[in-house]
Design a protein around this ligand. Structure first.
Ligand SMILES: Cc1cc2nc3c(=O)[nH]c(=O)nc-3n(C[C@H](O)[C@H](O)[C@H](O)COP(=O)(O)O)c2cc1C
Length: 207
């Protein structure tokens, strides 16, 4: 399955990393696009090198890929300026796009159709083609503008799936909390995974 994965500049780059790992592990063909601000957050939160990376963007993205991508899938690394990429066209049969994390700025551009980069365009394509678009926003507290934009994209067909991990599964590690959110996102686009326990269901036993 082809999936577009946008990583924008909200805190929580690990949501994008865990999504990349789970999608490639499931054998998906992933079009990965990290925004400029997304690169800064990856540098700070994943690479531990601060939010003003010295390394060029390609190096930051490659290190993100090396850390999370699984060889079971295939990957296209896309420049956010490349609005000629296949994912920018509705003629490309990509059934789903995930933006993880989704900044409030990217949310606003999707809500108002004022896209400036490939992430915004790929999201717009999902909405116009009535395909699956899942946004994982991370901000707190939320202003009326954020909330209205979430309602606008929801009315247009997107799924707003905030980075709000449930605690009822008694997570032991931060990674468990990230996987809870990413697992819910993958459920929305129909990609199989074993990222979360399912309430009331027996745990699968590895053979
Ligand atoms: C370290 C860091 C953390 C940030 N955290 C958030 C956040 O949690 N949510 C958010 O909406 N924006 C956050 N921002 C601001 C966005 O990066 C900024 O609005 C940017 O313009 C978003 O651009 P993009 O949507 O093209 O990635 C953060 C920026 C930095 C540098």
């Amino acid at each position: 399955m082809r999936v577009f994965l946008g990583v924008s500049g909200a805190s929580g780059a690990a949501y994008g990393g865990h999504a990349l790992r789970a999608l490639t592990r499931a054998g998906c063909h992933v079009g990965l696009c990290v925004s400029g601000a997304g690169c800064q957050v990856v540098s700070h939160e994943i690479l531990g090198e601060g939010a003003r990376p010295v390394a060029p963007r390609d190096v930051v993205v490659q290190r993100f890929v090396d850390r999370f991508a699984d060889p079971a899938g295939t990957l296209e690394v896309l420049d956010p300026r490349d609005i000629a990429a296949s994912f920018a066209s509705g003629s490309s049969l990509t059934p789903a796009a995930l933006i993880a994390p989704c900044s409030t700025s990217t949310l606003a551009k999707i809500a108002h159709g004022t896209g400036e980069n490939l992430i915004h365009r790929a999201a717009e394509v999902m909405l116009k083609e009535r395909r699956r678009l899942v946004l994982i926003p991370r901000e707190t507290p939320l202003s009326a503008i954020h909330l209205e934009n979430m309602l606008t994209v929801t009315r247009a067909g997107a799924v707003v799936l905030p980075a709000m991990p449930g605690l009822y599964m008694l997570p032991q590690r931060v990674e468990d909390m990230i996987d809870f959110v990413v697992g819910k996102a993958l459920d929305q686009i129909g990609v199989p995974h074993d990222l979360l326990k399912r309430w009331g269901e027996p745990q699968a036993v590895a053979t």
